[in-house]
Design a protein around this ligand. Structure first.
Ligand code: HEM
Length: 260
C-alpha cells in the first residue's frame, strides 16, 4: 500500500526531472521546483511520502523478521523459492537504497531544508525595482554588480540564478523581503558535469530498478490483483515500469554529461 504511493512518486519525480534537459536556462524546471516548494497540497503530499517511506520500511523489516522466525527450512537448507529470493533481494536493495537516498538528499533536498549549502536563485522583481543599489551596503552593491557581470541575471531579466551561498546571504541581508530558493537546475547541471557523480547516480538508479522490480508485483498483490491469470501481465508491466523509470532517471545525468 505504502510502496504503491512510492511507485507513483518515482514516476512523477522521474518525469519532472526531464525538464532539466530543456535548454531554456532552467525556466521550466525552476518553475516546477518553485511550485513543489510553495504549493500547500504538495507539502501535504511530501509529508505523506515520508510517512509512506517510514511505514514501508518498518513493515518490510517487521515482515522480514517474522518470515525468518517462522521459516524452519532455513535451518536445513536455504529456500530457493522465487518469493523468498525476491524478498531477500528487496531487503538488501532496500537497505542500500536508504543509504544512497541519504546521499541524494545531501545533494538536493537538504539544501531546501537549509541543512546544506547549494546554489540559489531569486526573482529579480522582488528587489531590482528603481535603482537597486540606492539604499544598500557597499558589499551588497558590489555583490550585485559582480553577479550581473558574471551573467547570473537571466536573459529575460526575471531571475538572478546560480548565486553562491555567500552571495545569497549578502543579498538577502540587503533585500530581506526577496524570496531566495535553491537553484536545483544549475545544481543538477553542475553535479552531472562530473563523471564520478554521474557514475554514482547510475548505480543509484540501478539499485532503484532492482528494488522496484520486486515492489511492482507486491503492489498488485496488495490490491488483490494477483490472480494467476494475470501474473504474466503483471510481470511484464513491472518490467516495463522499471525500464521506463530507470532509463528516464538515467537519461538526465548522461545527457547533461555528454551532450549539454
Ligand atoms: C536524475 C536523477 C535525480 C535528480 C536530478 C533528482 C533531483 C531532486 C531534487 C532537485 C529534489 C528536491 C526537490 C524539491 O524538494 O523541490 C529531489 C528530492 C527527492 N528525490 Fe530526487 N532526483 C533524482 C533521482 C531520484 C531517485 C532515483 C529517487 C528515489 C529513489 C529520488 C528520491 C527523492 C526524494 C524522496 C526526494 C524528496 C521529496 C521531494 O522533494 O520530492 N530522487 N530530487
Amino acid at each position: 500500500m505504502f510502496g504503491t504511493f512510492l511507485l507513483v512518486f518515482l514516476l512523477f519525480h522521474m518525469g519532472a526531472n526531464l525538464f532539466i534537459l530543456v535548454d531554456d536556462g532552467g525556466e521550466a524546471y525552476s518553475a516546477f521546483c518553485h511550485f513543489m516548494g510553495t504549493n500547500k497540497i504538495v507539502k501535504i503530499a511530501e509529508i505523506m511520502l515520508f510517512g509512506c517511506f517510514l511505514l514501508h520500511m518498518c513493515l518490510a523489516t517487521y515482515l522480514w523478521i517474522c518470515n525468518r522466525k517462522t521459516r524452519p527450512e532455513r535451518y536445513h537448507q536455504p529456500s530457493r523459492t522465487k518469493t523468498a529470493k525476491g524478498s531477500k533481494l528487496a531487503m538488501v536493495t532496500g537497505s542500500l537504497l536508504l543509504v544512497l537516498l541519504i546521499f541524494h538528499f545531501y545533494d538536493f533536498y537538504f539544501v531546501k531544508l537549509h541543512f546544506v549549502k547549494g546554489s540559489y536563485m531569486v526573482k529579480v522583481e522582488d528587489f531590482l525595482v528603481n535603482d537597486p543599489t540606492a539604499n544598500i551596503s557597499e558589499e551588497a552593491s558590489i555583490t550585485l554588480t559582480n553577479a550581473i557581470n558574471d551573467g547570473k541575471l537571466s536573459d529575460d531579466m526575471k531571475w538572478m540564478k546560480n548565486l553562491t551561498y555567500s552571495e545569497k546571504e549578502t543579498l538577502q541581508k540587503a533585500f530581506p523581503d526577496a524570496e531566495f530558493e535553491p537553484d536545483f537546475y544549475n545544481m543538477a547541471r553542475e553535479k552531472f558535469s562530473h563523471w564520478h557523480i554521474v557514475l554514482c547516480y547510475l548505480v543509484f538508479f540501478f539499485v532503484v530498478g532492482l528494488h522496484i522490480r520486486h515492489g511492482f508485483e507486491s503492489a498488485f498483490q496488495t490490491f488483490g490483483l494477483n490472480h494467476y491469470k494475470y501474473s504474466k501481465l503483471v510481470e511484464v508491466l513491472g518490467i516495463i515500469y522499471c525500464w521506463i523509470v530507470c532509463l528516464g532517471f538515467a537519461i538526465v545525468p548522461i545527457c547533461v554529461f555528454f551532450v549539454l
